[in-house]
Ligand binder design. Sequence first.
Ligand code: ATP
Ligand code: MG
Length: 243
Amino acid sequence: MVDAGNNGKDLIVFEGVCKTYPMGELEVRALRDVDLSIKKGELIVILGPSGSGKTTLLNLIGGMDTVTGGKLTVNGQDISHLDSKGLTDYRRTQIGFIFQFFNLIPTLTALENVEFALELVENDTHDQSMRALEMVGLADRADHFPSQLSGGEQQRVAIARAIVKEPPILLCDEPTGELDFETGKNVLKVMQRINREEEQTIILVTHNSAIAEMSDRTVRLHSGEVAEISRVEKPKDAEELVW
Ligand SMILES: Nc1ncnc2c1ncn2[C@@H]1O[C@H](COP(=O)(O)OP(=O)(O)OP(=O)(O)O)[C@@H](O)[C@H]1O
Ligand SMILES: [Mg+2]
């Protein structure tokens, strides 16, 4: 069988993807001719200096932004040119997003923050949301408000919120950027468990190259181009990471 690099198992496929932003008379080329295939269940770490295009890449996969050249296929669907309704549906069914700043709603409890993600989709949000909080080890903090939680606990609520709809793809932009070493490691352990047990595909952007050791593959971006893709022979347990 001819393998065009796009066999059935590839979940996310970039083909010659470009992203430029207009800047007055000029344009910023945030991504240039990116070719990249990501398989279902992979844990990918994206590294690269500030401004190299990491967040842009994540936002394209997340349907928060659209390509200006090339083609981006997710789960067999060409999302390069979806209209805004198409993108909303795509985001709602395929994507969970975790940010550096946890973005919890301060006036809602941990449980309510997770339920909020389901509100438009489901009627009975309680049990499902409690299960997500259990997954991240926070069932006993369900009634706490964000201000009553540590940074690591808030980030785990954010993870519960991102996974409660069981999206096939979890996108994380500097999820440990605001956390100390131990707390960051705990958050990574939760992500690794979700990746291994639920077979969710995780794409994690970070400045911290130590985190790459827990990935299946590491992608280095430089000036909007893929500079290197390396496979990690034996991904480490998050517990073993040191930085
Ligand atoms: N909305 C925008 N309008 C104009 N230029 C943008 C926009 N978003 C990003 N850029 C530019 O595109 C390039 C890539 O930005 P991006 O945010 O993807 O970098 P990054 O690798 O995530 O950086 P960092 O590590 O600092 O978060 C940068 O030069 C940035 O200034
Ligand atoms: Mg960024």
